[in-house]
Design a protein around this ligand. Structure first.
Ligand code: FDA
Length: 308
C-alpha cells in the first residue's frame, strides 16, 4: 500500500521518466504496456490483435494538459487515429478511449473546452461507424465527465463511460447509467483517492466491483467488464448466463500487454474481448499507474534498471 501510494504520487512527477528514457532495458518494460510512440506503431498492434479476434480501444497517451493548444493537439491526434482506424476497416471492433484532462478539462472553463474539443472526435467516430469511451480520472472530475457524457449521448448514444468501483458514489452512478444502449466500462479504479470518497482495502474494492457488476449485467445497457481479475471475469460470465445475455451484449476489456494469452483464449471461446491499447510519447503517468497496480512489475522494472 505504501509502495502503491508512492508510485501513484510519482506518476504526477517527471523524475522517474528521466530514469527510464534512454535506457533500452527499462524501455522494454515500458514497451510491454505501451504499443509504441507513433500512430503507425499503434495501428500495427491493432492489426495483430484483430487477427487474434481481439477488439481494440485506442488511447492516445496524454493527460493533464495545461494549455488550450495542448488540448487541441489531443483532438487532432484522435482525429488522425480515427482516420487510421477507418483505413483498417474494422468498424466498431476498433474504437478510441479519451481522457478529458487531455482535452483541457482542468483549464479555467475546462468543462466547456473539453466538451467543445471532444465533440468533433465523437462525430468522426460516428462517421467511421465506431465509438468513443470517456476514461474516468480522479474523483474530482467525475461530475464533469458524466455531464459531458450525458451531453454527447443526446446525439451519439454509443458514447461510453468508465465507472470506478472504488468510489462510494459508483453504485448510484451504475444504476443511473444502466439504461438501454448505455456502454459502461466498470473498473476497480487506478487513482490514489482519499478515504472520504473511496474504498481503500482491496477486499472492499472487490466487493464493490461485484455489486456494480450485478447492477450493470442485470440492466439493459452494454456492460464492459474492465478487469484482469479472474474472479471478476468468471462472475461476469455467471451473471451473463443468469440474465440470458447474448454474447454480443457485453464484453471483457483488458489492458494491452496484461494477460494477453487470456485475452486470446477468451476471444477464441466466444467472449467479446477488447484490449485497451495506449500509444504516444506521453507514456509516463500511464506506465507508473501500471507499476502501482502490481508489485511484481516494480521488481521486474527495478531489475531492468540494474541491467542497463
Ligand atoms: P487487480 O488489480 O486486483 O488484479 C487482478 C489480477 O490481474 C492480478 O492478480 C494479476 O494477475 C493481473 N494484473 C492486474 N494488473 C496487472 C498489471 N499491471 N500487470 C500484470 N498483471 C496485472 N482505471 C481508471 O481509474 N480509469 C479508467 O478509465 C480506467 N480504464 C481502464 C480500461 C481498461 C480496459 C482496464 C482493464 C482498466 C482500466 N483502468 C482504469 C484500470 C483499473 O482501474 C485497474 O487499476 C486495473 O484494471 C487493475 O485492476 P484489475 O481489475 O485488473 O484487478
Amino acid at each position: 500500500m505504501v509502495l502503491q501510494k508512492t508510485l501513484l504520487a510519482a506518476s504526477r512527477r517527471p523524475g522517474l521518466r528521466r530514469m527510464v528514457t534512454g535506457n533500452s532495458a527499462t524501455r522494454r518494460v515500458v514497451d510491454r504496456f505501451v504499443a509504441g510512440e507513433t500512430l503507425d506503431d499503434a495501428l500495427s498492434a491493432v492489426e495483430a490483435l484483430a487477427a487474434d479476434g481481439v477488439r481494440v480501444t485506442l488511447d492516445h497517451l496524454g493527460e493533464d494538459v495545461t494549455t488550450r493548444t495542448g488540448a487541441e493537439h489531443s483532438r487532432d491526434a484522435y482525429l488522425a487515429a480515427l482516420e487510421g482506424l477507418a483505413r483498417l476497416g474494422l468498424g466498431d471492433r476498433a474504437e478510441v478511449s479519451v481522457k478529458l484532462s487531455a482535452f483541457g478539462q482542468a483549464l479555467p472553463g475546462g468543462h466547456d473546452i473539453a466538451l467543445e474539443l471532444v465533440r468533433p472526435v465523437v462525430e468522426a467516430a460516428t462517421a467511421a461507424g465506431t465509438t468513443v469511451t470517456l476514461d474516468m480520472e480522479d474523483h474530482r472530475t467525475v461530475d464533469s465527465t458524466l455531464a459531458v457524457l450525458a451531453e454527447l449521448r443526446t446525439q451519439h448514444p454509443g458514447t461510453g463511460a468508465v465507472l470506478q468501483a472504488m468510489l462510494f458514489r459508483t453504485e448510484d452512478d451504475a444504476k443511473a447509467l444502466a439504461v438501454p444502449g448505455s456502454r459502461v466500462r466498470l473498473v476497480k479504479g487506478a487513482y490514489n483517492e482519499p478515504p472520504e470518497v473511496a474504498h481503500r482495502a482491496r477486499k472492499d474494492v472487490d466487493a464493490a466491483y461485484a455489486r456494480c457488476l450485478e447492477i450493470l449485467m442485470a440492466g439493459p445497457g452494454y456492460p464492459m467488464v474492465g478487469s484482469h481479475d479472474p474472479s471478476m471475469v468468471t462472475r461476469a460470465h455467471e451473471l451473463a448466463a443468469q440474465h440470458s445475455r447474448a454474447a454480443d451484449s457485453w464484453e471483457v476489456q483488458m489492458l494491452y500487454g496484461i494477460r494477453p494469452d487470456e485475452q486470446r483464449r477468451l476471444a477464441a471461446a466466444g467472449t467479446r474481448v477488447r484490449a485497451y491499447v495506449p500509444y504516444g510519447v506521453d507514456w509516463y503517468a500511464y506506465f507508473v499507474r501500471r507499476l502501482a497496480e502490481r508489485p511484481a512489475n516494480v521488481g521486474f522494472f527495478l531489475r531492468s534498471l540494474l541491467t542497463r
